[in-house]
Design a binder for this molecule. Structure first.
Ligand code: GLU
Length: 460
């Protein structure tokens, strides 16, 4: 007779083998898609204790099914530039998982966009959206179109062409896109106009992040940045710490960064640095957010212009140097893999206490290990940046009810959602034997709800 210990060891080996087999298949079936492999690996490794406890998910091939998108659409986007020349880009929409609601997730316009990037983002979105507690499935889309340096009319012609194809696959109860890198209020406006023109009906809930005058929600613009700070606030509170009096570094200077800086400053922190894809600024007096907002949101200029108006600040070329600035709290809000192992070690050596991921997958797997091994409080993206999509779901709810909540109402709901995500992640980490590990906790909490819905709905 096998001892209890041997049975437990057996279950663990079976679960590990299952996870490894699925991961190897993913690599084989999706060659060269490194970002997608990375996102899958992070989730799969976290789920081993779930399969030990509940073999039913293995028996129903939940993992094999969840790593395979329900549908991927890839399409040609032709458009005419200001010189009259025809340009062609590639558009994508991945409809990854609709077990708990219509596909939901942003659109990214950036030259780095390819199938791997869209699939990693869509895969992450499944678990993030589940964590919000709202009925939204996982999807993502975008294009390798580079909005940098394009005129408003070029942006409009491109987005109209993009929507002319995308509109065949989306709808308020089917798939609801929103913004991401390179897609903000201006682009959502053009996308919505084109969708409405083609459909010939006013389906407000087909896109989120809309302008306030035509179905948008108050606090959606602020939601991802505010949400990330609310999440970190909870992590800090549990350790008797707070933002008050702390020094903070925020990478990026887009929508997520700007509102993370705003909320962290409001909570008494001094944010000393931010960046764009060319370089970063360091302002020992604390970043002047009015200047950053004007440069980035209105004038669409580069961040180096900041030092012209604030001579005490310094500008440095390149993005990784920002992590050499000593800080108590780091909020990576720029893009994937912006913190590697070396940067993580530097942050730890300089005494960082907490990391809140505002961007999607900003830390490499090696960087995450450095943070966890050094007991740095680590808020993973799926949990910490879920505020944006959470308020998108609140926007959908308001559209369905044909009414609008006040800023304070939406902000209060966002705050509560972030607190719940934190508590549920802590609880799952405890229950599955990894106390304090929010990567494992968030992944498990997000996974269970989707997996149970998939089990209930049969083999589809
Ligand atoms: N792009 C955001 C994200 O990564 C928001 C998506 C949405 O609002 O649908 O979650």
């Amino acid at each position: 007779m096998a001892t209890v210990q041997e049975v437990k060891q057996d279950a663990l080996q079976t679960a590990k083998k299952y996870v490894n087999d699925v991961y190897e298949t993913v690599k084989k079936c999706n060659p060269h898609e490194n970002e997608f492999h990375q996102a899958v690996k992070e989730i799969l490794d976290s789920l081993v204790p779930v399969f030990v406890k509940h073999p039913k998910y293995m028996n129903n091939a939940i993992l094999e099914r969840i790593v395979e998108p329900e549908r991927i659409i890839s399409f040609r986007v032709p458009w005419v530039d200001d010189q009259g020349k025809v340009q062609v880009n590639r558009g994508f929409r991945v409809q990854f998982n609709s077990a708990i609601g219509p596909y939901k997730g942003g659109l990214r316009f950036h030259p780095s966009v390819n199938a791997s990037i869209i699939k990693f983002l869509g895969f992450e979105q499944i678990f993030k959206n589940s964590l919000t507690g709202q009925p939204i499935g996982g999807g993502k889309g975008g294009s390798d179109f580079d909005p940098k340096g394009k005129s408003d009319m070029e942006i409009m012609r491109f987005t109209q062409s993009f929507m002319t194809e995308l509109c065949k696959y989306i709808g308020p109860d089917t798939d609801v896109p929103a913004g991401d890198i390179g897609v903000g209020g201006r682009e959502i406006g053009f996308l919505f106009g084109q969708y409405k023109k083609i459909r010939g009906g006013y389906e407000a809930g087909v896109l989120t992040g809309k302008g306030l005058g035509y179905g948008g929600s108050l606090a959606r613009t602020e939601a991802t940045g505010y949400g990330a700070v609310y999440f970190v606030q909870e992590m800090l509170k549990d350790q008797g710490l707070s933002f008050t009096g702390s020094t903070v570094v925020v990478s990026g200077s887009g929508n997520v960064s700007i509102y993370a800086i705003e909320k962290a400053t409001e909570l008494g922190a001094k944010v000393v640095a931010c960046s764009d894809s060319n370089g970063y600024i360091y302002d020992p007096n604390g970043i002047n957010l009015d200047t950053v907002k004007r440069l980035k949101e209105v004038e669409r200029k580069r961040i180096h212009e900041y030092v012209q108006e604030h001579p005490q600040a310094q500008y440095f070329e390149g993005c990784t140097g920002i992590w050499s600035i000593p800080c108590d709290i780091a909020l990576p809000c720029a893009t994937q893999n912006e913190i590697n192992e070396a940067s993580a070690k530097l942050l730890v050596a300089n005494g960082v206490k907490a990391i809140g991921e505002g961007a999607n997958m900003p830390s490499t797997l090696e960087a995450i290990d450095v943070f966890l091994n050094n007991k740095v409080l680590f808020g993973p993206a799926k949990a910490a940046n879920a505020g944006g999509v959470a308020v998108s779901a609140l926007e959908m709810a308001q559209n369905s009810m044909r009414l609008a909540w006040t800023f304070e109402e939406v902000d209060a709901k966002l705050h509560q959602i972030m607190v719940n995500i934190y508590r549920n992640s802590v609880k799952a980490a405890d229950e599955y034997g990894h106390p304090g590990n929010l990567v494992v906790g968030a992944n498990i909490a997000g996974f269970l709800k989707v997996a149970d819905a998939m089990m209930a709905q049969g083999i589809i």
